[in-house]
Design a protein. Structure first.
Lengths: 460, 215
C-alpha cells in the first residue's frame, strides 16, 4: 500500500502538468486577487487592523476556557443548548441523537468545514437521513460526489461547462445553461428542501462570549433559510472560534470578508442567540451549539503552534499559495488544504500521516504576509518539519543526505574535491530523483570558488 | 448523552492544562473600538449609505416625507405590476397609508411561496458598509425578508449609523439583556460567485433589495 506521502507526490506531479487545471485555477484565483485588492480600500490602516485582530485572538485563545464558559452561560440562559464533543464520534453521536429525537428525514446544511472534519454527512446518510448541502458550491460538490476543493470556494476547480453538464446528469436540467440559469435551477430544487427539512445544520464563523451568540457569514442566503425554516438548528463549531465581544465583529467581519472574497462585508451576517422567543413570529424551536475539540486542545498545548488557532478560515492563504495553485485542493487529501491545512493537519490528524504537507512549501512566506490575524504560517511549516525530524519521521535517505551535506560543508577540502564535471555527475546521481524530472539541474562551474577567488585577486 | 458533562469537564481540563505556560492573570482587556482602522469619507451618513449600497447592487429611493414615500412606493409596485405584496412595516402603518391604497397588492400573501415582494422596517442602516440591520424581534421575523424575490425596506434617515461598531452598540442599548434570537446585517441582494467566479444575483435570497429612505 502506498503511504499518504507517496499518493500526495504522485497527485502533485500529475496536477502540476495538467494545463486545463492550471488554467481554471489561474482564472479563478486571479479574480480573487483583483477583488481582494479592491476590497482593501475600506481600511485606512489594514496593518493596524491585522495587529488588533491578532491581539484579540491571542488574548482569547490564551483564555479559551474562560470565554467558552462565558459563551455557554449566556447562550444556555436564553434557551440554547451546548454540547461538548471531544472526538468526531462524540459530535456525530450527539447530532444523530438530536435528529432522531425530532424524527428528521431531511437535513439541510449550510457550508461548514467542521462538519467535513467530523464526516457528518456520511454518518447521517448511514441512518437513512437525506442530507442536502445548500451553499451553491457545496451543492455542486455534493452532486459530483467530491469533497470541497477550497475552504471558501468549494467548486473553484470546475468550469461552467462542467457544472452545466453535472446539472444535466443529476438534475435533468437543460443542456448548456449559463451560470445565472444554473443558479436558478439550484434555487428551485433547494427551496423545496428547505421547506421539507426538520433540522438545519450550519457551521459557525464566530462564537460571541458576551452575548452568548454565534455568527454566520454568507452571501447566498442559504444560511438564513437553514436557520429560519426547520424546527431545529444545530450549529457545529471548533472550540477556537470564540470572540470575547459582539462589538469586535466591527473589526472581524470586514477582515474576514475582505480576505475571503474581496467584499467589504459578505451579504448576510447573522447573529443567532438562541431558539425562537415567545413573541417572535418564526424560527427554530430548539437550537444547539456543538463545541468540537478534535485535536484542538493538542494544538493549544503546543505553545509554538498555538497561534494557528487564531485562524478565521478566510482562505486568503490558499489563494496566494503557489503550491495550492498548482497542486489543487484535492491533492492535499485533508479537510483543510493550503498553508493553514498543512500547518494544522499534523496536529489534528497525526504528524506521521501529514508531515509531508509541511515540506510542500517553498517557504516563500506569501501566506504569512496575507493572513488577516497574522499567523506566522511559513514559520509553523518549518516548525512542523523540525518536529518531524525530532521524531525521526523523515526518511533514512534524507538523514544520510543531510549528514553528507554537513560533512562536506564543514570541510573546505571536501568542498574543493573534484572538478565541475565530477560534481555535476555526483549531484545528478544522488539528487536527480528528488530534484524532479521537469526541472533543470543546477550546473556546477568548472572551477570551484577557491580557484575563482584566487584568480580574481591575481587579476585585480 | 449521559456523558456530555464528563466530556465537557475533560475538554475544559485539557484546555487549562494546555495553557499552563500562560500567565492567566495578565488579562489584556481586548481592544473593542475598531473604527480607527477604517477609511472615513467626507460625506453625510445618508450620502455614504446611498453610495455604498448602490455599489453592492442595492437600490435606494430617497424621499422628502411620508406622503412622498408612500406615493413613490405605490408607483413602483404599479410600474412593476407586483400584486402579491406582504407588508410587515410599523413605519408604513404609522404613516397611516390608507388600507385601500395597499389592498390590491396584498392578495394571496398567506402562502409565503407566492409572495412577490416583502416590505419591512429595519432596526438601523449602516452608512460605511451599506448594511441593513434587522432582527427577529421585528414583525417580518427571520424568514420573510430573505425568502421573497424582492425586499423593500422603509427607513428614516435618523436610523442611520456610521459603522458596524455603532450598530452593535445601539442594538445592545436597545435590547439590553433580552436580545432578539436573531440579528441580521444585510448588505445588498443575495449573490454567489461559485460558478467560475461569475457574479450571479439572487441565489437563495432576494434578487432585488430597495431602501426607501425618508428624511
Amino acid at each position: 500500500m502506498r503511504t499518504r506521502e507517496q499518493i500526495f507526490l504522485r497527485q502533485s506531479a500529475s496536477k502540476v502538468s495538467d494545463l486545463a487545471h492550471r488554467h481554471k485555477m489561474n482564472h479563478a484565483l486571479k479574480q480573487s486577487d483583483d477583488a481582494f485588492e479592491k476590497g482593501k480600500a475600506l481600511f485606512s490602516d489594514l496593518e493596524l487592523a491585522r495587529d488588533r485582530a491578532h491581539a484579540i485572538k491571542k488574548e482569547t485563545v490564551e483564555h479559551l476556557d474562560t470565554y467558552l464558559c462565558e459563551f455557554e452561560h449566556n447562550f444556555t440562559k436564553r434557551g440554547g443548548k451546548v454540547i461538548w464533543a471531544q472526538t468526531p464520534q462524540d459530535a456525530r453521536m450527539a447530532i444523530k441523537e438530536i435528529c432522531s429525537t425530532y424524527r428528521a428525514k431531511t437535513v439541510v446544511k449550510s457550508k461548514s468545514m467542521v462538519t467535513e472534519e467530523i464526516e457528518l454527512n456520511d454518518a447521517l446518510a448511514d441512518v437513512g437521513i437525506e442530507v442536502i448541502e445548500t451553499d451553491l458550491g457545496e451543492y455542486i460538490q455534493q452532486l459530483s460526489g467530491e469533497a470541497p476543493y477550497h475552504i471558501v470556494a468549494p467548486s473553484i476547480h470546475k468550469s461552467k461547462e462542467e457544472v452545466a453538464a453535472l446539472f444535466v446528469d443529476e438534475l435533468d436540467a437543460a443542456p448548456g445553461l449559463r451560470p445565472d440559469q444554473l443558479t436558478r435551477v439550484a434555487r428551485k430544487v433547494l427551496r423545496k428542501k428547505f421547506g421539507e427539512a426538520e433540522v438545519g445544520i450550519t457551521g459557525v464563523n464566530f462564537l460571541l462570549a458576551d452575548i452568548g451568540g454565534m455568527v454566520l457569514t454568507e452571501n447566498e442566503g442559504n444560511g438564513r433559510l437553514t436557520t429560519g425554516l426547520p424546527k431545529v438548528h444545530i450549529a457545529v463549531t471548533g472550540i477556537e472560534k470564540v470572540l470575547p465581544s459582539v462589538h469586535q465583529l466591527a473589526l472581524f467581519l470586514p477582515l474576514l470578508a475582505t480576505h475571503g472574497s474581496g467584499q467589504h462585508l459578505t451579504v448576510y451576517n447573522s447573529i443567532m442567540t438562541g431558539p425562537r422567543k415567545g413573541d417572535e413570529i418564526d424560527g427554530p424551536e430548539e437550537m444547539y451549539v456543538i463545541l468540537v475539540d478534535n485535536g484542538r486542545t493538542k494544538l493549544l498545548a503546543d505553545s509554538a503552534a498555538r497561534e494557528s488557532l487564531y485562524c478565521i478560515r478566510c482562505g486568503a492563504c490558499l489563494n496566494t499559495c503557489p503550491v495550492y495553485k498548482n497542486v489543487g485542493g484535492h491533492t492535499y487529501d485533508t479537510t483543510y488544504g493550503g498553508p493553514i491545512g498543512s500547518v494544522i493537519m499534523p496536529h489534528l490528524g497525526g504528524l506521521k500521516d501529514h508531515k509531508h504537507l509541511s515540506y510542500a512549501s517553498s517557504l516563500c512566506g506569501s501566506c504569512s504576509a496575507v493572513c488577516p490575524v497574522r499567523i506566522p504560517l511559513h514559520n509553523l511549516l518549518l516548525y512542523n518539519r523540525q518536529k518531524a525530524v525530532e521524531n525521526r519521521l523523515n526518511s533514512k535517505l534524507e538523514r544520510l543526505a543531510i549528514w553528507g551535506w554537513k560533512r562536506v560543508m564543514l570541510s573546505r577540502k571536501l568542498m574543493n574535491a573534484g572538478g565541475g564535471n565530477v560534481k555535476n555527475k555526483v549531484f545528478a546521481l544522488t539528487m536527480g530523483g528528488i530534484w524532479g524530472k521537469d526541472r533543470a539541474l543546477p550546473v556546477f562551474p568548472q572551477k570551484n570558488f577557491s580557484q575563482q577567488w584566487k584568480a580574481r585577486r591575481q587579476n585585480g | 448523552m449521559g456523558n456530555t458533562q464528563s466530556i465537557r469537564q475533560k475538554i475544559l481540563a485539557d484546555i487549562r492544562l494546555a495553557l499552563r505556560d500562560v500567565d492567566q492573570l495578565a488579562v489584556a482587556s481586548p481592544v473593542v473600538e475598531s473604527s480607527l482602522v477604517f477609511r472615513k469619507q467626507d460625506e453625510g451618513l445618508a450620502d455614504g449609505f446611498v453610495r455604498v449600497f448602490m455599489g453592492i447592487d442595492g437600490r435606494v429611493v430617497r424621499c422628502e416625507n411620508a406622503v412622498q414615500l408612500t406615493a413613490k412606493l405605490k408607483a413602483l409596485l404599479e410600474r412593476r405590476n407586483w400584486k402579491k405584496v406582504a407588508i410587515r412595516s410599523l413605519l408604513l402603518e404609522e404613516f397611516g397609508a390608507q388600507p385601500d391604497v395597499w389592498r390590491p397588492h396584498t392578495e394571496g400573501t398567506d402562502n409565503i411561496e407566492h409572495i412577490e415582494v416583502g416590505i419591512t422596517d429595519c432596526e438601523y442602516l449602516v452608512s460605511s458598509t451599506g448594511s441593513i440591520v434587522m432582527s427577529a424581534a421585528q414583525s417580518a421575523g427571520r424568514t420573510l425578508p430573505v425568502y421573497v424575490p424582492v425586499h423593500i425596506v422603509v427607513a428614516r434617515e435618523s436610523q442611520l449609523v456610521q459603522d458596524l461598531y455603532e450598530a452593535t452598540r445601539k442594538m445592545e442599548q436597545r435590547y439590553e439583556h433580552d436580545y432578539p434570537s436573531a440579528w441580521y446585517f444585510m448588505s445588498g441582494p443575495s449573490r454567489t460567485g461559485d460558478i467560475e467566479k461569475t457574479l450571479v444575483l439572487g441565489v437563495h435570497g432576494p434578487i432585488e433589495v430597495y431602501v426607501f429612505l425618508m428624511k
